[in-house]
Design a protein around this ligand. Structure first.
Ligand SMILES: CC(C)(COP(=O)(O)OP(=O)(O)OC[C@H]1O[C@@H](n2cnc3c(N)ncnc32)[C@H](O)[C@@H]1OP(=O)(O)O)[C@@H](O)C(=O)NCCC(=O)NCCS
Length: 166
């Protein structure tokens, strides 16, 4: 089945605000997650994540509408981990994903992260390209990481390689 996505026109990034998520943003975050991933987290996961990581769970807002989110956290081993990032399909290709990733990385490094890490489906070429542009490198392939059996790449970027805002 093919789903047609109605794209918006160009979104001026100057009008996109990236800010910490609030409780009232969760329905929009869930909407974007459902439109972006095959596997879905139960709603409670977002609420618990927000409670534990209020300054690294971020949303992008444009014209009063939530158009993307990133969920990131600092692990005890000082790896800043990107758990999930997605942009509303109608708003992709405008730099919103890059803006979210940039803010998450800056905040994680500000909290003491020595590395930034994430897992990505081996078939997700678009996201892999984005991460490589940011300086992430494939470290290993994790066999059968996803519930449907697909492998993941574990990608990592040392904090010292982060040259500031992309
Ligand atoms: C991955 C994802 C978050 C990227 O979000 P995005 O907002 O489209 O990201 P960006 O716009 O910053 O970058 C995407 C492309 O747009 C281009 N772009 C960025 N800003 C641009 C601008 N102002 N004008 C034109 N193109 C632009 C980028 O160069 C990039 O091009 P490329 O992928 O062809 O190399 C989004 O595709 C998504 O939600 N995917 C589904 C969920 C997913 O796979 N998440 C990652 C799981 S690990």
């Amino acid at each position: 089945m093919s789903v047609s996505i109605k794209r918006t026109g160009r979104v001026p990034l100057a009008m996109v605000v990236v800010r910490p998520a609030k409780l009232f943003d969760i329905p929009d975050v869930v909407r974007i997650e459902r439109a972006s991933f095959r596997e879905e987290y139960p709603r409670g996961v977002f609420l618990v994540f927000l409670e534990n990581n209020p300054d690294t769970f971020l949303v992008a807002e444009y014209n009063g509408k939530i158009v993307g989110y990133v969920m990131a956290y600092l692990r005890p081993d000082l790896e800043g981990h990107i758990m999930s990032i997605a942009v509303d399909p109608s708003y992709r290709g405008n730099g919103i994903g890059s803006a979210l990733l940039t803010e998450a990385i800056e905040r994680l490094i500000g909290k003491g992260a020595r590395y930034i890490g994430l897992e990505v489906r081996v078939s997700n070429e678009k996201a892999i390209r984005l991460y490589e542009r940011f300086g992430f490198r494939k470290i290993k392939r994790i066999i059968g990481y996803y519930a449907d059996g697909e492998d993941a790449y574990y990608m990592l970027m040392p904090a010292e390689d982060w040259g500031g805002r992309n």
